[in-house]
Every structure is written in structure tokens, then in C-alpha cells.
Design a protein around this ligand. Structure first.
Ligand code: GLY
Ligand code: MN
Ligand code: MN
Length: 434
């Protein structure tokens, strides 16, 4: 992404705003344990509008009937910070890098905010953020309210995240390129895991081989905590311990992916630890794969996620009947939510700057949004049969399978952005060949 892309995002937001002031703040650094922090990760909304990746910064967009103006407040570079943490871009650096109208020292924010809010009616902020900069803006608005000689006051505070996230829903070509780059590295990491996997290894060793591929390709961050779940561990949906031994004859489910320039990928593959599916594993795998392929094929503009969810549940319910795990009339089983025990999670979610992109699923009046070209969604059906679940035929117990790809909605239908990753039984067994 370059500055023009971020400028374009700001322009679109300004077009959708009423006259007023919008304030978007950077993410706070997060302490991991005493005196040590997690690697800094920018607030996705802030990054979407600014491209700026440093902390303690604030972006302000001002719209009047005559003009628009964008101000960025940043930490100046200083020797102490440079010594411990490296150089900051600083005010001059930010001025020359980012195509905003004005750049100021963040220390000026408190002094300037009352003036910036003066004579405005609408204030756009993240209503649910506890950023001290936003509290300060609200206090400034309050005190302006009781200041004589001011004709117009802030009298509407609007949640800006909805506006930004409506925009984030439709990815530009450049954003698709970032996501595709993340997926390309993730694809290589999944293939490396398939090639490397041996019975007797520990789950974290497979994770390590994927991390190596991520880092070796410059993807310095995972998009989420990796799940490497051998055997029955796959039936714990958010299993992240990744410490157990990988056993001959079991499957391993890997839900792991990297981030590229803050854009996520989100991929799951399930494969046999010894490289060859057993008959029972293959039967379940083919069912999940069939559901995944059919759901993906149904994606096109106009389709709604709610419909896709229902469709996927019908297909999973049919699969459970075919496998002899449920019996009876599909609709009756679905009404009783019998399938949910074995297929408990949703079919997918928006993906972008956040792995679970917080873009809306419904419009302003609560109607489900229809797919449009440029939206990116994961499709990730799964079936999960715990070892201790006596409602399942013994041969299927301990099998947990999820298959997840990242799908772009296009004008004519869809594009599977992760189609290069081995997925059929044959492709996987070939990739796993020892
Ligand atoms: N990796 C998280 C998810 O699949 O939603
Ligand atoms: Mn996902
Ligand atoms: Mn996932």
C-alpha cells in the first residue's frame, strides 16, 4: 500500500461524513509482563486511514461546507526513544511521508483540540474506545459548551467505526494484493508443515516450521495464534497449547496464517500425520471438503451470509446423516439443532486488516448485507467427533476436520485466493509423501 491508497480511504470517509470533526486514535501499547510489551500492532481503523504504524498518534479529519482538512499528531523523534526502541518518523518525516494537510507534535493535541472542535456540531469517534485522547476531546467539547460567544456546539457524537468498517468491507485491488501476499506465504508454510510432519514430533515443532516460513519471507507477525492440533485436540476449537505429541494414525488440524502489512490470511488444513488418510478419516474429510466446495461455489454478488450459513448447515447435516451419525429428517434434525453438536461454529467471517474483520454483516436498518465484489470472506466448515462421544460410531471418534479458504467476491462470482494450497485427498497425500 502506498500513501495514495490511504488518501483514498480518507477521501471516501470524508465523503460519507456530515460536516464535523472525526478523531481516530492509534492503539495503545500492550504490556505482556513487567517492563516488557507485546510487539506493537496498530489499530486497524487508524491504519486504514493513515498508513501510520507508530503509537501515541491521532488522526483528525475536519469537514466544513467549504473544505476538508486532515491533521496527524505524532510523537516527535527523540534520542531516548531512538536509543531504546529505534527512531520514530517524527514530525518532519511524517510530513514528507503522509499526504495529510498538517502534522503536529502529539504534545500539542491538548492545547489544540478545543480550537479544532469549536463551532462544530458533529463529533465522530470510536464510541467504545477508552482512549485518553478521546476522553480529552469530549471534555473539550463539554467545556466549549459552557463558553460564551460560541454559536454552535457539539451536540451529536457519532460512532465512526461503523462508517470506517463499511468502507473496509469492500477491498481495493491494492488491499487484495496485500491479502494475496499473506496467503502466498501462508500457503508455503502449510505445504512445509505437510512435508515436514512425522509421527513423534510435537505440535509446536510443526508450528515452528511454519513460523520459519513466515519470518523467512518477511511476514513478521501471525494473523492470530496458531492452532496445531493433533488427533482429538482438533475437537477443541480454540486449541492453542500446541504441545502434544503427534501420533501415527491421527490427523493434525492446522489453523495458522501470517499477516502482511497488517492484512490477514486465515487458512486451515487437516492432514494425516503419517501422510495417508485412513478409510474413516477419508470418509469424513471428503464430506467436509464437499460441503466447503459447494458453499464456495454458491458465492456471488447478491448472496447473503445468512443464507450461506443456512445452506452450509443443511449440507453438514446431510453429511452427518450420510455418515450415520444423525438419523431422521434433515429439517427436523436442523430444527432441533442436532447438527450443532458436531458442527458448532459459523461458516466464515469477513477478513481483512483484522482476521475477523469487524465489518458489519447488516445494514443500518438491520437487514443482512448482500455480497458485493471486493468483499473477502473465509469459508471454513468443520466436523468434530470427540474420542469420548459415544453418539458417534467408534471409527470416527477422535476425528476433527476443518478446511478453510479465503474467498474474494468478484463481479461474476468468486475467486478462491487460497486455491494454491493442497486440499483434495490426492493433493494432500502427495504433499505429505515421506
Ligand atoms: N483462525 C480463526 C478462525 O478461523 O476464525
Ligand atoms: Mn477463520
Ligand atoms: Mn482460521
Amino acid at each position: 500500500m502506498n500513501e495514495t491508497n490511504f488518501l483514498d480511504h480518507r477521501r471516501k470517509l470524508l465523503e460519507r461524513m456530515e460536516e464535523g470533526v472525526a478523531i481516530v486514535t492509534s492503539a495503545p501499547p500492550q504490556t505482556r509482563s513487567n517492563d516488557t510489551e507485546y510487539a506493537y500492532r496498530q489499530n486497524s481503523d487508524f491504519y486504514y486511514l493513515s498508513g501510520f504504524t507508530e503509537d501515541n498518534s491521532v488522526l483528525i479529519l475536519i469537514k466544513t461546507s467549504e473544505s476538508t482538512k486532515v491533521l496527524l499528531f505524532v510523537e516527535p523523534d527523540n534520542a531516548e526513544h531512538a536509543l531504546w526502541n529505534g527512531a520514530r518518523l517524527g514530525i518532519e518525516g511524517a510530513k514528507s511521508t503522509f499526504r495529510v494537510d498538517e502534522v503536529y507534535d502529539i504534545a500539542e493535541y491538548s492545547r489544540m483540540i478545543p480550537e479544532l472542535l469549536r463551532e462544530h456540531i458533529h463529533l465522530y469517534i470510536d464510541l467504545y474506545s477508552d482512549s485518553p485522547h478521546l476522553s480529552e476531546a469530549k471534555r473539550a467539547a463539554h467545556s466549549l459548551h459552557s463558553t460564551r460567544g460560541i454559536k454552535r456546539h457539539i451536540r451529536s457524537i457519532i460512532d465512526i467505526t461503523y462508517l470506517i468498517r463499511r468502507l473496509r468491507l469492500i477491498k481495493s485491488d491494492k488491499e487484495i494484493q496485500e491479502i494475496t501476499h499473506a496467503i502466498t506465504i501462508t500457503a508455503e508454510a502449510h505445504h512445509e508443515a505437510m512435508r515436514t510432519c512425522r509421527a513423534g514430533m510435537r505440535e509446536f515443532q510443526l508450528q515452528a516450521c511454519m513460523s520459519y516460513v513466515f519470518l523467512n519471507n518477511g511476514a513478521v507477525s501471525e494473523a492470530y495464534g496458531a492452532i496445531v492440533a493433533g488427533g482429538n485436540n482438533a475437537n477443541t476449537l480454540h486449541y492453542i497449547d500446541n504441545r502434544d505429541e503427534l501420533k501415527d494414525g491421527d490427523l493434525v488440524l492446522i489453523d495458522a496464517a501470517c499477516e502482511w502489512n497488517l492484512y490477514a490470511s486465515d487458512i486451515t488444513r487437516t492432514f494425516p500425520i503419517n501422510g495417508k488418510f485412513s478409510n474413516a478419516q477419508r470418509e469424513v474429510y471428503e464430506k467436509v471438503l464437499n460441503v466447503q466446495l459447494r458453499v464456495i461455489e454458491a458465492i456471488k454478488p447478491g448472496v447473503k451470509r445468512d443464507w450461506l450459513q443456512k445452506y452450509s448447515e443443511e449440507l453438514l447435516c446431510d453429511a452427518l446423516i450420510d455418515l450415520g451419525i444423525l438419523s431422521g429428517e434433515r429439517n427436523v434434525l436442523m430444527d432441533a439443532k442436532e447438527h450443532k453438536k458436531y458442527a458448532p461454529h459459523g461458516i466464515g467471517h469477513w477478513m481483512g486488516l483484522d482476521v475477523h474483520d469487524p465489518c458489519p454483516y447488516v445494514d443500518e436498518v438491520g437487514e443482512a448485507l448482500a455480497f458485493e465484489a471486493g468483499m473477502v470472506m473465509t469459508i471454513e466448515p468443520g466436523l468434530y467427533f470427540r474420542t469420548d462421544d459415544e453418539s458417534v460410531p467408534e471409527r470416527y471418534r477422535g476425528i476433527g476436520i476443518r478446511i478453510e479458504d479465503n474467498i474474494l467476491v468478484t463481479e461474476s462470482g468468486y475467486e478462491n485466493l487460497s486455491s494454491m494450497i493442497a486440499k483434495t485427498v490426492e493433493e494432500i497425500e502427495k504433499m505429505c509423501r515421506k
